[in-house]
Design a protein. Structure first.
Length: 202
């Protein structure tokens, strides 16, 4: 799991190599879902991504956050300037030659971004993978909800659906507690019930 400071460093470095990693993180997509997006799948007028025939042959519609929408508008403009008018079935994020990026190219760019950001791919028991951007998206989303003091029980099904999981059980590995999240939950528990959940004062 990457913390927010690491994510910020990586995204800055990824932008210098390829814009795909930032979109992967901001939208919480699987890498393959990102690479398969076509121009027809991206509706920037109403701010929706159509994720089609993904894992378990499921499809879903994902809303685009305002900051991501602006970046995708810029990507579309740059692609049009470089390649001219393009067909709906062509990739939304074209490679320098106009085709699709490969998963290998995306991983290589991510590894280069880690190096540029000064983050070790392997440190102790931690091995950072491209997929950890999606994991971080989910956990940091939970942290934000904690800060907003929302009902996590009501929000977790929404997050599972957004990520394209068949149910909450499929989301558990993305929702493991980080030290930050546990601290926030402990604070909320103490405020609500008047005691600590870690064996402190009753």
């Amino acid at each position: 799991m990457l913390d927010q400071a690491e994510v910020d460093c990586i995204l800055a470095a990824v932008d210098r190599a390829t814009p795909l990693g930032r979109r992967d993180y901001l939208a919480g997509l699987r890498a393959g879902e990102l690479l398969r997006l076509t121009r027809a799948d991206v509706d920037l007028d109403i701010g929706l991504l159509h994720i089609r025939h993904t894992k378990f042959d499921k499809s879903r519609v994902v809303p685009i956050a305002p900051d991501l929408l602006q970046q995708m508008l810029r990507c579309r403009t740059l692609a049009t300037q470089h390649f001219g008018s393009r067909l709906p079935q062509e990739p939304f994020f074209p490679s320098p030659r106009g085709g699709r990026y490969s998963i290998t190219a995306l991983r290589d760019a991510f590894h280069q971004a880690l190096k540029s950001a000064g983050i070790e791919r392997t440190s102790g028991n931690r091995h950072i993978r491209l997929h950890d951007l999606r994991h971080s998206f989910a956990v940091l989303r939970l942290l934000l909800w904690c800060e907003q003091d929302v009902d996590l029980g009501a929000k977790l099904p929404l997050l599972a659906t957004y990520l394209g999981h068949v149910g909450l059980a499929s989301s558990q590995r993305y929702l493991q507690l980080t030290q930050e999240l546990m601290g926030e939950i402990t604070r909320r528990h103490q405020v609500r019930f008047g005691y600590l959940i870690n064996g402190g004062e009753l």
